[in-house]
Design a binder for this molecule. Structure first.
Ligand SMILES: [Zn+2]
Length: 458
């Protein structure tokens, strides 16, 4: 069946039937018929020209099973052509954008797909289960045959990974397609004029990279209080590209920050388990073994003072910790990795947790309103883990956390004590670290030199 033939046929019909109508309506009718016939015939043309199986009809959102072979075509006399179309595997593509509250079962119902197939896919293998974890806003694509039977289910997890379930007779084979990520190394250098965010942006770093830069050096530099005009930073970072498009914010591989004349250098190390940490060039951790404060956004209501007049007892009694005023219920975090050695009531301290960190260090958290559930004496805790909540149990005039820091049993001022570095690179990994670090440091130095050159030439 040729398109011209059909067009001619339909136009003739209109001429015969609508002869009495005025020219304007007729013209409209012809226009409409031309476009309608073209849409009808286009698939046929495709088949002739390319001999590829079947047109793909994309239907977004409103799911209904589209009728690929239209009634008009079937009623036409040329059986030969119709048989050819019917013999071709006709694939219909349904695209559905996942909405809030929808799961695979709901979507299958909307797409009029078989529940049996849903079961087969999610129970095919470990990858199949991933179809049960769909994210709102992503697209699920179903390809069905002429009978509306699901042949292929496609879920693009992200820019890199696509999950594909393919029918093999009565079962589905689920595979994951992974695109190649190309890594590009970039570098930049900047000088602080107003703020880390503005000057970082000026140097070409996006907000997330600036945040990462700040996090790397947060243990050594107080970016809120101690940043100075003229401070300098150099950053070597990775851009990850898929099909030429950047797929994430990028990752810092080495960086240097000069704060008030003091230079801090960080190099990324990929541990054998795949996790990434930053170390100084000689393998010390940039993290400290302790957080400076155990509560976020709290005000210091009473500092460490060995000659303080006690507010409740009203006599001189050393205040061997720091008080943080905070609302009752504010989470209290352990400042370092360790093991809980006391959890209960302790006289004037009220509800108290004591954590032991290695052989030398203990920290104490007092006046709590409650303890974190699931923890007990003997439990291991990680730096930053919530262990209890601010309160005013024991001898206290208002809700606050009383925090103590002891080295070999001696109270030290938590605000000024020199905090030890977190664990350095494991001795067994030191050689590996040096090998990884050397080219990264070379890149950093090259970046410093080239940007310096660029600045001098300006
Ligand atoms: Zn106190």
């Amino acid at each position: 069946m040729k398109s011209e033939q059909l067009l001619y046929f339909q136009i003739s019909v209109i001429f015969v039937k609508k002869r009495t109508l005025n020219i304007f309506v007729l013209a409209l009718g012809v226009l409409f018929t031309i476009s309608a016939s073209y849409a009808l015939i286009a698939p046929d043309d495709d088949l002739d020209k390319n001999a590829v199986p079947a047109p793909e009809i994309v239907i977004s959102d409103n799911i209904s099973t589209p009728d690929v072979s239209t009634p008009q075509l079937e009623s036409l006399p040329e059986d030969q052509a119709i048989d050819e179309i019917a013999k071709e595997p006709t694939v219909t593509t349904l695209t559905h954008r996942i909405k809030n509250g929808e799961n695979l079962s709901v979507i299958f119902e909307k797409m009029a797909l078989s529940k049996k197939d849903l079961y087969r896919i999610t129970h095919s293998n470990d990858l199949g289960k991933q179809f049960a974890h769909l994210r709102v806003g992503k697209e699920l694509i179903a390809k069905t045959d002429a009978e509306g039977q699901l042949q292929e289910l496609i879920y693009r997890k992200n820019a890199i990974e696509t999950l594909i379930a393919t029918r093999h007779s009565d079962n589905f084979d689920v595979t994951i397609q992974t695109k190649d990520i190309k890594t590009q190394v970039a570098s930049t250098k900047g000088t602080i004029q107003s703020s880390l965010f503005l000057d970082g942006k000026k140097a070409g770093l996006n907000d997330n990279l600036v945040m990462r830069l700040a996090n790397i050096f947060a243990w050594d530099i107080d970016f809120a209080l101690n940043l100075r005009k003229g401070d300098q930073f150099t950053v070597v970072y990775e851009k990850h590209l898929v099909d030429g498009q950047q797929v994430d914010d990028g990752e810092i591989i080495s960086a240097e920050f000069v704060n008030q004349g003091q230079t801090f250098t960080a190099v990324r190390f990929i541990e054998p388990d795949g996790s990434k940490h930053y170390y100084t060039p000689d393998g010390k951790s940039l993290r400290k073994a302790f957080l400076r404060t155990p509560v976020a956004f709290a005000r210091i209501s009473s500092p460490f003072n060995l000659h303080r007049k006690h507010p409740v007892l009203n006599r001189i009694r050393a205040h061997k910790g720091v008080d943080y005023a905070a609302r009752t219920g504010t989470p209290v975090k352990t400042t370092g990795d360790g093991r809980i050695i006391f959890r209960g009531r302790k006289g004037g301290y009220g509800r108290t947790v004591v954590v032991k960190h290695g052989q030398k260090y203990t920290t104490l958290y007092a006046h709590l309103s409650g303890f974190k559930r699931g923890l007990k004496t003997g439990s291991r805790v990680k730096q930053g883990q919530v262990i209890g909540y601010v309160g005013q149990s024991g001898l206290a005039t208002g809700p606050h956390l009383h925090y103590e820091f002891r080295i070999n049993g001696v109270h030290r001022n938590p605000l000024t004590v020199k905090l030890p570095h977190a664990n350095p690179i494991k001795k067994s990994l030191l050689a590996e670290f040096k090998a990884q670090a050397q080219p990264l440091l070379a890149q950093l130095n090259k970046a410093k030199a080239s940007h310096l050159l660029a600045q001098n030439q300006q």
